[in-house]
Design a protein. Structure first.
Length: 301
């Protein structure tokens, strides 16, 4: 007799693949957001599984702030070339040059919030009707309000009070002209699930996620990596720390964590013991109590 019992990770994988296939069946021009971070890497891995032996049937879209970690960009390009995927890179610098976005000034200046305009323009250029992302409900309280199929109006805005019910995983993909959806196939995964799946599937990830020595600035308890994009305060000092990154984003707002975890097994042990979410080291999320939700209502992913 065949044993059809699935373990936890297999159930999550099956659910995500089901969502990915639903998107491919329901929408005409979907795209997959891909930054080179662990969640988008897992998303791409799931998409490859979902449509094997064919190639991933939609383009990858990266909104590049221009202030990304060089290691992330190198990994992104190597992976895309390896699997033969189509990558579209939308640059925040282009939005600034066109006068659509204004560069922030001051010591806490960041381009992270400027991604919204660039993203919406890229989705318009690609005529994307469904943009898939690797956001998870456990990341942040605004993320917890999302559905698998998250409706956006003609301006790309999100209304958290007007989301459609998804009983029994029945998705409503109806939209008016100019509207689109953001899709979150790994919504029900946790950070621990992601790491255990990466270990089980032997998925390659950027070395930033593993413990290494890096020169950082301790700003208000957040370790920010030394970079040409970071505006320094007069009394700040750069020191070398043994760190790793739990999340990868713009270098000006992505904090490192003190860590000796140099293997996937050690990372999993560390995640099991921590009491801080992975976005707890993101300075852009600390600008206000509702920073993430404010950005999402404006069109941010």
């Amino acid at each position: 007799m065949v044993d059809y019992q699935l373990n936890h990770l297999q159930e999550l994988e099956s659910e995500s693949i089901f969502v990915l296939r639903e998107v491919a069946a329901r929408f005409e021009r979907p795209s997959l957001m891909f930054s080179g971070g662990k969640d988008s890497i897992v998303m791409l891995h799931l998409a490859r599984k979902a449509f094997h032996p064919c190639k991933v049937p939609f383009p990858l879209l990266h909104v590049d702030t221009g202030h990304n970690f060089p290691e992330t960009i190198a990994f992104r390009d190597q992976l895309v070339e390896k699997i033969g995927a189509k990558l579209v890179v939308a640059k925040v610098q282009d939005s600034i040059d066109q006068g659509k976005s204004k560069e922030e000034t001051g010591v806490n200046a960041s381009r992270n919030g400027l991604q919204t305009v660039t993203l919406l323009d890229a989705l318009e250029d690609l005529k994307t009707d469904a943009a898939m992302g690797g956001a998870r409900r456990d990341e942040e309280k605004a993320r917890a309000k999302e559905r698998f199929f998250s409706h956006r109006d003609e301006f790309g805005q999100w209304d958290p009070k007007n989301q459609r019910p998804e009983l029994w995983n029945l998705f409503n993909s109806k939209k008016a002209m100019g509207e689109h959806f953001r899709i979150f196939p790994i919504s029900n995964w946790t950070e621990m699930d992601i790491w255990q799946y990466i270990l089980a599937e032997k998925i390659d990830i950027p070395n930033l996620y593993f413990s290494h020595k890096r020169r950082c600035v301790n700003r208000d308890g957040i370790l920010l990596a030394e970079s040409p994009y970071l505006n320094m305060k007069e009394n700040e000092e750069v020191k070398e720390y043994q760190v790793r990154f739990r999340t990868i984003g713009d270098m000006t707002c992505t904090g490192a964590s003190l860590s000796d975890a140099d293997s996937l097994e050690k990372i999993i042990e560390e995640v099991a013991a921590t009491r801080q979410t992975e976005r707890g080291g993101r300075s852009d999320d600390k600008r206000s109590e509702a920073a993430m939700e404010d950005r999402k209502t404006q069109g941010y992913f």
